[in-house]
Design a protein around this ligand. Structure first.
Ligand SMILES: *Cc1c(COP(=O)(O)O)cnc(C)c1O
Length: 390
């Protein structure tokens, strides 16, 4: 099968020359994330009609994934998740076209599987022997699983107050777990200090270029599942922002391929926790970047990211799309987890609950109209968060 993967490029872009994707790369020399680029002229020969008969995983888009010809992905079947029409929940909030992209059905119960399948695939083909990751929980679980599958050693650094299931699941996959006194940003510092002298391959959010490529497949899937007409709104609980940045990139790529309308894009809404809302604050203040959020706290572990290295890319996507930014309290997100469960039979993490509450806020503000198509991202399942329901 063809591969159009060609090189890496600064996300700013700062003007640095292209980076060679056949060797290990992390950040640009300017400190910004790198993005994977493809030979889009050649890719126009690829027809979207060829997708119908492909495997039901995110690797169905492999020509535009970071995979060179003849390479095999490290895969547990992630992606191609259901997109149920949430009729009962929609009726309860006043929407006729509400859909849930149910990412809880990925391996290790969250959409982190997509990013880590792509990142571990590349690390494996680059010959990495030890992978390290700072995580609020789900990313560590996914990394541990894919590293186990690839036979690579996994080192996971997480806050010591993380919920127990996240720790046990890492151990289940044979990862070494280090509990850190602090938040994911502290875990990142300690992981880097420990791993750098030892040559560990760091798979921190956006500090390697490939987790975005895994998460961008959510954008491809939405287009394909909606028969190539994108929804009006995408409501996305944001921590590091990989999914927002990834989907925005996917829309640009599909537009270059002629697969979707070149102009119409969904309004992208970033949702954070009231106890940790650096990107919402930056959006409200009209800032280009966020500022480290002090004393970050929330029941939604995936949203406990006080400062994201790709914040400017998230803010760009939200603004270019004419979307919005909403902060949600823990009490509201937990009430909404229950509502999603009760009305749709879907197991939602607090992050998914936060997305539902944000939808209610945008309806109350008159921004979302009753007939518009809205996609709620349920980014993970409830099972690792059961303590918040007790
Ligand atoms: C990590 C995580 C998020 C945030 O994802 P980003 O793409 O990094 O912003 C949201 N929900 C859950 C369940 C997560 O694990």
């Amino acid at each position: 099968m063809a591969s159009y993967f060609s090189h890496l490029e600064c996300s700013v872009p700062c003007g640095a020359p292209a980076y060679d994707a056949r060797t290990t790369q992390h950040l640009c020399t300017c400190g910004a994330p790198l993005l994977a680029r493809y030979d889009m002229d050649a890719a126009r020969a690829w027809s979207r009609d060829s997708l119908a008969s492909r495997e039901p995983s995110m690797w169905r888009y492999r020509e535009l994934m970071p995979l060179f010809e003849a390479e095999a992905p490290v895969t547990l079947g992630e992606g191609w998740t259901p997109l149920p029409h949430a009729k009962r929940l929609g009726a309860a909030v006043g929407l006729s076209q509400l859909y849930i992209k149910d990412e809880s059905l990925n391996p290790t119960n969250s959409f982190k599987a997509r990013g880590l399948s792509a990142a571990v695939t590349r690390a494996h083909h680059l010959g990495a022997k030890v992978l390290s990751i700072p995580t609020a929980g789900n990313a560590g679980n996914a990394m541990a699983a894919y590293a186990a599958l690839a036979g690579i050693t996994a080192k996971v650094f997480m806050p010591k107050d993380v919920k127990t299931p996240f720790i046990r699941e890492c151990e289940l996959y044979g990862a070494d777990v280090t509990l850190v006194d602090g938040l994911i940003t502290d875990a990142g510092r300690i992981a880097a200090e420990t791993g750098k002298p030892l040559g560990w391959y760091d798979v921190s959010t956006l500090k390697e270029p490939y987790r975005i490529e895994g998460k961008k497949t959510m954008g491809y899937e939405l287009a394909e599942q909606f028969n190539w007409v994108l929804p009006d709104w995408i409501i996305y609980p944001t921590g590091g922002g990989t999914g927002m940045v990834g989907m925005w990139k996917a829309f640009a790529e599909m537009s270059a391929l002629g697969w979707i309308d070149p102009v119409k894009r969904p309004k992208m809404v970033t949702v954070q926790a009231a106890g940790c809302a650096p990107i919402i604050k930056a959006y409200d203040e009209g800032a280009e970047r966020s500022v480290l959020w002090p004393d970050a706290h929330t029941a939604a572990d995936g949203l406990r990211v006080p400062k994201a290295i790709g914040d400017f890319l998230v803010l760009r996507a939200v603004r270019e799309s004419g979307g919005g930014a909403v902060a949600v309290t823990d009490a509201d997100m937990i009430a909404c987890m229950r509502e999603i469960g009760r009305l749709e039979g879907v197991s939602a993490a607090p992050e998914g609950g936060a997305a539902l509450h944000a939808i209610k806020v945008l309806i109350a503000q008159g921004r979302i109209q009753p007939h518009e198509t809205v996609v709620l991202f349920n980014t993970g399942g409830a099972l690792k968060y059961l303590d918040v329901l007790a």
